[in-house]
Structure formats: structure tokens, C-alpha cells
Design a protein around this ligand. Structure first.
Ligand SMILES: [Zn+2]
Length: 175
């Protein structure tokens, strides 16, 4: 549970930089580099200075100009995560099936389709096979939902409501 808890790191101007794990957050706190903006009220950790509440958002005291900012980069594993490991044509699948799932290009590569979040969906083997190199309009298949670029919380695997801190909402639009 503790490892599922991510901490949002903000620059001193409150712009979101990325998510860090609790070990990294503790180090920054210990070195007095950050202010605590919000906390995970239900998660406590023991440190050298006693028990503390795990922060959910921390802000750097000093502005960092060149910080490696988190970005949503295309990858097939994130497409599957975004689709919650469900075939976007027939609805079958699930996390335990994730190794068997494939990626279907809505517009097939052979017809100019690209490797983008908007053109790739999770598909089971049989739906992928059925669709083959056809356009959707040439089949009677339908997508469960239009594929979109996922949000940064999907990429970090923290889109489950219990792992998503309400305070983040205000900052995530800058990521
Ligand atoms: Zn399917």
C-alpha cells in the first residue's frame, strides 16, 4: 500500500514536475528541500525523527530551472494500462490476461496508421485477427470508447481512485 502511494513534486512556482516515491520524498524532506503541501492522512511512516504522515504533495523551496519533467510518452504497455487490459472491441480481458492481449492499430499501419495513443487500442487476439488490416468502416466492429492520450496518472499507474489524492487535481493540469 505504501508503495502505491505516490507523492507529487512541485517546483517552487507550484508547477507539477513529476511523481516521486516515498523514499525520495523523505530524502527531500530530511534535507529540508521541500515544503509539505498536502498529506496522505491514512498513511504514516516511521523515520529517524519519529512517525510522520506521508505527504501527498511537496513543493521545492528553491526554484529548479532544468528539472526532468514527467511526460506522457507513447508506449504499448501504457496503451494497455489506459484500456485497463480490456479488449476495446469485445470487452474481454483483464489484468491477468495482459500478456495475451495485443495492440490493434485502428487505422492499420499498412494504410498509414501510426503508433499513437489516438490510433492504438488494446485488443484480444481474436478481435485483432478479425479486424486485420481493415478500417473500422469496413467491418461491423465498434470501439468501446475512442482512444485518447492518457493522463499522467495513468502512466504512473496511480489512476485507481484510492491512489489518487484529491489535492493533485489543481496541479496536474500543468504536467
Ligand atoms: Zn476482443
Amino acid at each position: 500500500m505504501m508503495d502505491d502511494r505516490k507523492i507529487l513534486l512541485l517546483n517552487s512556482d507550484y508547477r507539477a514536475l513529476r511523481f516521486v516515491n516515498w523514499q525520495r520524498a523523505l530524502k527531500l524532506m530530511h534535507r529540508d528541500k521541500v515544503d509539505i503541501i498536502s498529506e496522505w492522512n491514512d498513511t504514516h511512516i516511521r523515520s529517524v525523527s519519529g512517525t510522520i504522515t506521508l505527504p501527498s504533495t511537496i513543493r521545492l523551496k528553491r526554484y529548479v530551472k532544468y528539472y526532468h519533467r514527467a511526460r506522457v510518452k507513447f508506449s504499448k504497455s501504457i496503451v494497455k494500462k489506459r484500456d485497463r487490459y480490456i479488449c476495446q472491441y469485445c470487452g474481454k480481458g483483464g489484468r491477468e490476461e495482459r500478456k495475451k492481449l495485443t495492440i490493434d492499430h485502428v487505422v492499420p499501419v499498412s494504410r498509414g496508421g501510426q503508433n499513437t495513443f489516438e490510433n492504438c487500442v488494446t485488443a484480444c487476439f481474436s478481435c485483432n485477427n478479425k479486424k486485420n488490416n481493415k478500417l473500422l468502416s469496413e467491418t461491423n466492429m465498434k470501439l468501446l470508447r475512442p482512444p485518447k492520450k492518457p493522463s499522467i496518472v495513468v502512466c504512473y499507474g496511480i489512476d485507481a481512485p484510492s491512489n489518487h489524492h484529491p489535492q493533485w487535481k489543481a496541479f496536474l493540469s500543468t504536467l
